[in-house]
Write a new protein. Structure first.
Lengths: 356, 356
């Protein structure tokens, strides 16, 4: 718990002085002031996060955390539980959506086993992009009792802090976060409902693509999980333990560690944003370090982004997870920083400034 | 005129057979069906446009067409007229927003002088990314009479066809279109109002960032241009001649030629979309080849996109033009095609398919 408190205590506000300099530079680039809209806002935010007038986004890492959920035994997903492990192997071979879009964005994918229900066997050649932080072989069924012990919830967040710090030591300029875990939209809906106070129906979607009957069942199961466990709305660790997941705790830890290290964190979809909600609950200042890449079709996502108070960059009807939206967000961040650092100024280009 | 008719006649519908194969492949990739939302739609559209099951987007070109507008003497812009030429030099030196974002997207920028009000002096080393198609030293003031002669409107579109075909012969897989021209939002508003029937007030914005008084004046000038010239709503060439611009005609020609050559065309903001409106008016089937990269803050843009019936990918409050939004759209198209062509299938990755 001390590790979490230390990380949270290190998180400060943005560097306003640098943001002022950045705004001045943006206004002197050869374009009407503000005409690159959200790209300009993004460049300014990244300058404020990093405290650098000319931020460099060379080392980009997407953390994709995987874990299983005991609640999947209630039949909540369109896919069987073994898909979590199968997809971890797909990530490690480079064939998944996140691999393709991370390559597109020039980012490295670090896959983490936070609690997959089977042992992940990995060859040495692939181990540099893999971290084993398995806390258990999946959580317990939250519809029947707590998903995990409180000490494991703490351990999950602390593992996230360690995961970030290990990679940070190799050099990181920006991160994206994503996940894989059959059943984890149910857990995210429960977290969202408890923290934001929104009704379960308002934050529960079709996940991997379930039908109407399965959706009705999913809502009932989530409601049962909340009524059986009575998570304490003011206690993020209690919520994570009772209705969360190992990967969600790990992602919350990564966010806190990244914010403490003044590193921009690009969120992905609903589940990574549920982790952001946990991190925000622990340290509201962490919000300043979050970049919302997109708004998912999973309806609880919008509720989370509005609760935290961050506006998504993209709205492309994505709902895959893994960090795929975050990869697109990283590419936009890259574009924004190139605008800030590579464009000519009115003076350097000999272009007349505005006259009215 | 024959050249325009020939290009328009070559434009056919999309390749539905290929789109069916693409949908099938997308549904077999290791992700829930449809979970990459608009990226999947985009991949399918590009397959349908190119007629290729595995489209390759290697050679990307953004055409940035520049021209001056006589109507700028009415004081419609926040910038003096000489900025058009100054920005052409900025494009050729690589310091403008479009250069930065085109590099980000892996695209080459081809700058075209369609009618800048001064002679563009260019060194040989930069001439491979420059085409001189100057029709005149700026249009005439549309508030007092036709912006150009009908033969010049035809010539502008035909030049656009030639511009595309010359670059196509060197290899092009996808294009973006953009522009530069002080005064060209006024021309675009006039075109939009005449073609869509929307009131001038509903399609006129602040362009480079004018104040309230200037906006009132701009609306009056556009209304005067329409009442003085009485452009024929059913005749795209007449509209282009009376209230258009040389760069707008050129862009319309590029769109027609690209569609005839089954090449995806990524639109940029309001002005390039006004050109799309002209192309759409000449050949409605050209719509199928258009990809709307974003919706500008310039309010007439939304009216155009709804009139044509295409949905923008991004909404980032952009209003720079030059092709900057198109560059971001090309990057998304690239991502979409990588998803289609690089992701593993359930079978190849040994991942279980959905069970309900």
């Amino acid at each position: 718990m001390d590790k979490i408190k230390r990380a949270a205590a290190l998180i400060t506000g943005l560097n306003n002085e640098i943001m002022g300099l950045t705004q001045n530079r943006l206004d002197n680039l050869t374009k009407p002031p503000g005409s690159l809209g959200r790209l300009e806002e993004l460049a300014k935010l990244i300058a404020g996060i990093t405290g650098k007038e000319y931020p460099v986004l060379k080392n980009k890492v997407i953390f994709t955390l995987a874990a299983d959920h005991g609640v999947s035994e209630e039949g909540l997903s369109a896919y069987p539980k073994e898909v979590t492990a199968q997809m971890v192997y797909n990530f490690l071979r480079g064939g998944a959506g996140i691999n393709v879009l991370a390559r597109h964005a020039g980012a490295r994918v670090v896959v983490v086993d936070m609690g997959v229900a089977e042992k992940i066997k990995i060859s040495k050649s692939k181990s540099k992009n893999f971290q084993d932080e398995k806390i258990g072989y999946g959580t317990k069924n939250m519809a029947k009792g707590p998903a995990m012990a409180k000490k494991d919830a703490i351990k999950a967040i602390e593992s996230g802090i360690d995961i970030f710090n290990l990679e940070k030591s190799k050099g990181i300029d920006i991160i994206g976060i994503g996940e894989m875990g059959i059943g984890n939209t149910a857990s995210s809906s429960a977290i969202t409902s408890v923290i934001t106070g929104a009704p379960v129906e308002g934050v529960t979607g079709r996940g991997t693509g379930i039908n109407d009957n399965s959706l009705v069942n999913k809502i009932l199961v989530i409601k049962r999980a909340i009524s059986v466990n009575k998570p304490e709305p003011d206690d993020a660790i209690d919520i994570l333990a009772k209705v969360g997941g190992f990967e969600i705790g790990g992602l919350a830890g990564i966010i806190l560690a990244a914010a403490a290290a003044k590193t921009p964190v690009v969120l992905d979809g609903f589940i990574s944003s549920a982790a952001a909600l946990i991190a925000f609950h622990i340290q509201p200042k962490a919000k300043e370090y979050m970049i919302a890449s997109h708004c998912s079709t999973e309806k609880g996502h919008k509720v989370i982004l509005e609760h935290i108070g961050i506006k998504p960059l993209l709205d492309l009807n994505l709902r895959l997870g893994e960090g795929t939206g975050a990869a697109l967000g990283i590419s936009l961040a890259d574009a924004a920083i190139k605008i800030l650092t590579e464009m000519a100024t009115f003076k350097s280009a000999g272009v007349s400034k505005n006259i009215k």
